[in-house]
Design a protein. Structure first.
Length: 170
């Protein structure tokens, strides 16, 4: 496995059931881990599993890539920090089935080198300890949405988030 060196993460977040974990970037730590990593570096990463809680189709774009996915109600997909220095995943979501919209819902999930893992929905950033959850609601692109983000258990330095959401017509 090739390990990439990472920088301190920026906030990140999601709408429709996202799960965050992963292991693609690294950040400085006090000493080598028991897994035999190089002294001074530890694995950090994030992954988002998006589950469309319906009833409408969801379009998701991963920022900084050409990765666009259409998710039908009840289906899911996973986004990982595939880029260099990827201790966060940033996505935009909309109910419209088109390439880009003017005002998508922005979601960022982050596993920072320093501080608590966090998720940002729009401009609202919150740190999450295991077991924490928070609900958001609002309107974007002419539709109402409701989002609940939950932090579940961790594996090593990987952080697990679940984000559930639904869209409806006003």
């Amino acid at each position: 496995m090739i390990r990439r060196l990472g920088l301190w993460g920026a906030p990140a977040a999601a709408v429709f059931a996202l799960a965050a974990c992963g292991s693609t970037a690294t950040a400085p730590v006090e000493s080598a881990s028991a897994s035999g990593e190089v002294a001074g570096w530890g694995t950090k990463g994030v992954e988002l599993r998006v589950v469309n809680k319906g009833p409408m189709i969801l379009t998701v774009w991963e920022r900084g890539t050409s990765n666009t996915r259409i998710i039908n109600p009840g289906d899911s997909t996973t986004f990982q920090g595939e880029k260099s220095f990827a201790d966060d995943v940033e996505i935009d979501m909309s109910w419209r089935e088109q390439f880009r919209v003017e005002k998508p819902l922005e979601i960022d999930a982050s596993n920072p080198s320093v501080g608590t893992p966090n998720v940002t929905v729009g401009y609202d950033n919150r740190a999450y300890d295991v077991g924490d959850s928070h609900s958001f609601s609002g309107m974007t692109d002419g539709m109402d949405y409701k989002v609940t983000i939950k932090r579940e258990g961790d594996t090593d330095d990987n952080k697990m988030f679940v984000v559930e959401a639904s869209w409806s017509r006003n």
